[in-house]
Ligand binder design. Structure first.
Ligand SMILES: [Zn+2]
Length: 507
């Protein structure tokens, strides 16, 4: 099943010849459908399918067809994007099947292929984990960094290419063990595959130089050694860009994950709207979720007990604001590369009483500038004071004595250890136009993007939905109320479940 008109066939005499695929009474247009039927009816045992022809063709061991044997799905070339890979695997893995297929990937030793296959595999794992929540490990946040088909991948490609041309200062140095001029050799190899053009000894980047799939396809045409080196250089650049983004707290994970990094997550309210549509009724729900990010003194003690390094432990700020100092726990970022760094450049993960683990990591020289190392006893009162206050006092009020938002009668959640999120779930397609209207009506609509959130509450409830900014919940509710035929609200209290987040919860 392909988009081709002909095929190469070997006859009984060993002669190979090209023949047309068309059959007497079957036109080429419906030939693929016909071939699919033959496979599903057990007239043919092997189906060969190209990606181009595969859309709309299902080959699973369906209960309704004669051929119900287990499918063995062999992939010759893994697609560059995980989404496309999933689509392909779906050809043989669908509902109503008698048994699940076995997948076989053929991957060569070439760096470009092999390394990418592992990336796709990891990406698949993380997508699979979306539906099988229990397989999620705590470090699953990082799996997304193995996917290169995203904005960081494109930034890395852009930078790699500009570095090869000498337009940009290299983010990572050329490999030390490479004999020769790395940048110039790669540049010439890229001329060979058309990513760089050379006319009258003037080098120029092809207009598509930053196209990811073109890059990955083209480098397969480079000499093996250079291909492997270039791909390594590209992934090193990508790693450097991602770690830079993480360090500045700007790393965009695509999906907002709540409740998997140790922060407590609790559903407090669900509002349900029932609406009518062509084929029945549909429920749309908005869940109010409370997320506890803070770490009580008892909780941070457990973390502290795990630390072994002499730079690790509690620190308090040199700076005094509003008569207060801030206490943090610093833990060495555990990667082997980080441990090998020179002392001042080693990265530390910080924990705060009000906001828990920080996305932004700090290098030792900065840590030293802002904080001094103290014993747990010295840190305790500062830690507890901020932990307690952050259940209801925003950072502005805590550090400056007052908050402009609160003074003008608004709510302020900055620095609070508990945050409220609203997640829209259920059947949303039929009301999507209305939802979009509300979301774009925000005064800060330029900064409001559609954010997908996935969360797991402490009692094991899993939700995936769209994040609705708190200031728009009222408006969205009003719109939904008009649309629906029925609505109801449930509230959940935690009177009989201890959440262990501290003694001051009942204040
Ligand atoms: Zn405030």
């Amino acid at each position: 099943m392909t988009g081709r008109k002909g095929r190469v066939v070997q006859g009984d005499d060993g002669q190979v010849q090209y023949e047309s695929r068309s059959e007497v009474d079957v036109s080429l247009e419906i030939l693929n459908i016909k071939e699919k039927e033959r496979f599903m009816n057990s007239e043919k045992d092997i189906a060969i399918i190209s990606e181009a022809a595969s859309s709309g063709i299902s080959l699973q061991s369906d209960r309704r067809v004669k051929n119900q044997r287990r499918r063995v799905h062999i992939t010759l070339e893994l697609p560059w994007s995980a989404d496309r890979a999933i689509q392909q695997f779906g050809r043989t893995h669908r509902s109503n099947q008698v048994n699940a297929p076995e997948y076989v990937f053929l991957i060569s030793e070439l760096a470009g292929e092999r390394r990418f296959a592992s990336i796709v595999a990891k990406r698949l794992e993380s997508l699979g984990a979306l539906t099988h929540g229990d397989r999620r490990a705590t470090e699953s946040r990082d799996l997304s960094s193995f996917n290169i088909d995203n904005k960081y991948g494109r930034m890395a490609l852009e930078s790699t290419m500009k570095t090869m041309m000498g337009y940009e200062h290299p983010i990572v140095p050329p490999p030390e063990d490479y004999k020769g001029d790395f940048f110039s050799d790669i540049q010439n190899a890229l001329v060979g595959v058309g990513i760089i053009t050379k006319e009258d000894s003037i080098y120029q980047l092809d207009k598509d130089y930053n196209n990811m799939s073109k890059f990955l396809n083209r480098i397969l045409g480079m000499p093996v050694e250079l291909q492997n080196r270039l791909f390594q250089y590209f992934t090193d650049t990508l790693a450097a860009i991602i770690s830079q983004a993480k360090r500045t707290g700007k790393y965009d994970m695509g999906i907002l994950d709540l409740g998997i990094g140790g922060e407590g997550c609790k559903k407090t309210k669900t509002k349900t709207w029932v609406g009518k549509h062509a084929t029945g009724t549909a429920k749309t729900e908005i869940h109010t979720v409370l997320v506890e990010r803070g770490l009580s003194w008892a909780e941070i003690q457990e973390k502290w007990a795990e630390l072994t390094g002499d730079l690790e432990g509690f620190y308090i700020s040199h700076q005094v604001r509003n008569n207060k100092k801030t206490a943090v726990l610093a833990a060495l970022e555990p990667s082997p590369a980080n441990k090998k760094k020179e002392k001042n450049n080693r990265m530390f993960i910080l924990y705060r009483p009000n906001t828990g683990m920080q996305m932004k990591q700090e290098c030792y020289s900065d840590l030293k500038k802002k904080y001094k190392k103290v014993t747990p006893d010295e840190a305790q009162e500062h830690w507890e004071e901020q932990y307690k206050a952050s259940s209801h006092t925003c950072s502005h009020a805590y550090w400056q004595g007052n908050c402009r938002r609160v003074n003008s009668g608004l709510e302020c959640e900055i620095g609070l250890r508990r945050r409220t999120y609203h997640v829209l779930c259920g059947l949303v397609l039929n009301v999507w136009a209305k939802v979009e209207d509300v979301l774009s009506s925000s005064p800060h609509s330029s900064s409001t993007k559609m954010q997908v959130v996935r969360l797991k509450t402490s009692d094991g409830i899993k939700l995936v939905g769209t994040l609705i900014p708190n200031n728009l919940v009222g408006r969205l509710s009003a719109v939904m109320e008009e649309e629906c035929t029925e609505s109801y609200e449930e509230t959940f209290t935690d009177e009989d479940s201890k959440d262990g987040t501290g003694d001051d919860n009942k204040e």
